[in-house]
Design a protein around this ligand. Structure first.
Ligand code: URA
Length: 180
């Protein structure tokens, strides 16, 4: 099976499990060595059908561009593939059960892409990969797992809320070049 076929198969299984949900799967290139994993789509992503296209996505793109990358240099996905919404229709953080339900599909997606480096954005994506501990304990470290390197950094939405964390976010993403 080609990478595209494997991804189609995984997406087909997710669709079967969530037939009534609007799903957002991936963006970028499956052939690139770096996989970026976020939390879950928000409203903008649900509308456009692509991960990280809203305010957080724009911040991610501009930070990557400052470092000399373009979005298409990466494969981009989320742990949860539908938009978790609250009773008022707003975005909410995925529950531990939702994260757990997507865990196997995410593992298969990682196997299909076979990236050299995984960049984890935020705590939900950390949980999606079973990485324990706080953001503070993990960010800035290079984690080795199944022959792949993993780095953890803040979620772009956290940077929008706390702009004073932006230098660390930039510093973490700058490591991509050294690690591939
Ligand atoms: N936040 C995420 O974690 N992922 C998206 O796709 C958009 C916002």
């Amino acid at each position: 099976m080609t990478k595209e076929q494997k991804l189609q198969y995984i997406f087909g299984a997710i669709k079967k499990a969530y037939p009534n949900r609007k799903l957002v799967f991936n963006d970028g290139s499956p052939d690139m060595p770096v996989m970026i994993i976020g939390e879950a789509p928000g409203k903008d992503e649900e509308i456009q059908g692509k991960p990280f296209v809203g305010r957080g996505g724009k911040l991610l793109n501009s930070t990557l561009e400052t470092l000399g990358w373009k979005r298409s240099d990466f494969y981009v996905t989320n742990v949860v593939k539908y938009r978790p919404s609250d009773e008022f229709g707003g975005n909410r953080t995925p529950t531990p059960e939702e994260i757990e339900k997507f865990r196997l599909a995410l593992e298969k997606e990682i196997e299909a892409i076979n990236p050299k480096l995984i960049v984890i954005l935020g705590k939900v994506a950390m949980s999606g990969l079973g990485i324990e501990g706080s953001m503070g304990a993990n960010r800035g470290q290079v984690i080795e797992r199944n022959g792949r390197k993993i780095i953890v950094t803040y979620h772009p939405a956290a940077i929008l809320r706390n702009p004073n964390w932006e230098p660390q976010f930039c510093e973490d993403l700058a490591k991509i070049k050294e690690l591939i």
